[in-house]
Design a protein around this ligand. Structure first.
Ligand SMILES: [Zn+2]
Length: 336
């Protein structure tokens, strides 16, 4: 077996678009591929199609092995690096009207009921996040990113309540921001979550701010934005329990720009919004792993020693136990 890819590496691998075969799915903006580089970079074949290529921006990346794909236009690899980093500039800021098609969620009974009973949010949280609701084309809850002084927003996500296929959508022509930056005030630690609802749940943990990246992929723009949040000294990655590779990939990416990085190992297949508040708090206390050049090799070698290949529940439980006993500074009783 190959040894695991060294973590905390600085440069990402850049490969050419022309090396990709047929996509497994085509969206309007993004094509999805089985990543041909995962085997080489992670030792594991990508069967699920983890590589996304933005056909407008002509760049892509795989959230498993983190390879960056650029359209080569027959250029050499040096020019490709330049081209890729030149393209990572922010686009002109977008603005979206909300008032003409949605209403504050607290004024819409079915929306408030969904947010309070199904999502477990308080009325205060619904207000703090400026959540809204709309009925056309179908019932949905609207999660704006920031509310601008003119009442519009820079970005939003929609969660459809009655849909069985597409549950979420957001504007595709704008760059995804870091959701939830208003929660950072007064905190020097922040969670990084995949989804908005998860980050809202994490924001109830005392002493922490909470952000979301709208998916497991952290874009170069989001990574740069995280690097600019100087007041935040520690970022903690919180993804669904069991997703070790995605968790560590993101941790590695954050370690390039943040002073301190950790990850939170939630119970298997659970996410912050699916857990009751007390078990979420217990996870924060007992299952946080600091990510550094000592802990990562230790965890990777533990994973290897115990032959944890596919992260099924028994493996995940074992790993959590290991993290609790070795890395839990807040609970000296369990150390040793
Ligand atoms: Zn890959």
């Amino acid at each position: 077996m190959d040894s695991p890819k060294p973590l905390l590496s600085v440069k990402k691998e850049i490969r050419k678009f022309s090396e990709l075969r047929d996509p497994v799915a085509k969206g309007r903006v993004e094509y999805r591929y089985r990543c041909p580089f995962c085997v080489e970079l992670t030792g594991k074949e990508d069967r699920s199609g983890s590589l996304y290529f933005n056909v407008r921006k002509r760049v892509g990346s795989c959230w498993k092995c983190r390879v960056v794909i650029v359209d080569d236009y027959n250029l050499d690899i040096e020019s490709l690096h330049e081209l890729y980093y030149a393209k990572q500039k922010a686009r002109a800021a977008a603005e979206y009207d909300l008032a003409s098609w949605s209403a504050p969620a607290e004024e819409v009974p079915w929306a408030l009921d969904y947010l309070q009973r199904k999502r477990g949010f308080s009325l205060e949280t619904v207000r703090r996040y400026a959540m809204r609701a709309a009925t056309s084309p179908q019932r949905c809850v609207v999660l704006p990113d920031r509310i601008l002084p003119n009442g519009r927003t820079n970005f939003f996500q929609v969660r459809y309540l009655d849909a069985d296929k597409i549950k979420y959508s957001n504007p595709t022509e704008a760059d995804k921001p870091l959701y939830g930056q208003h929660t950072l005030a007064g905190h020097d630690r922040a969670f990084i979550c995949e989804g908005c609802f998860s980050s809202i749940s994490m924001s109830t943990q005392p002493g922490w701010g909470s952000l979301a990246t709208y998916g497991k992929a952290v874009s170069p723009l989001q990574q740069a934005a995280i690097g600019r949040l100087r007041a935040v000294r520690e970022f903690c990655v919180v993804y669904d329990g069991g997703e070790l590779h995605a968790i560590l990939s993101t941790a590695e990416l954050l370690a390039d720009v943040a002073p301190k990085v950790s990850v939170l190992l939630l119970p298997y297949k659970e996410d912050p919004n699916s857990l009751p508040a007390d078990s979420l708090a217990a996870s924060v206390r007992h299952y946080r792993l600091p990510v550094n050049s000592l802990s990562l090799p230790a965890v990777m070698s533990y994973v290897k020693r115990h032959r944890i290949r596919d992260m099924h529940q028994p493996s995940w439980d074992k790993l959590r136990q290991y993290v609790q006993s070795v890395y839990n500074p807040d609970d000296p009783g369990s150390a040793g």
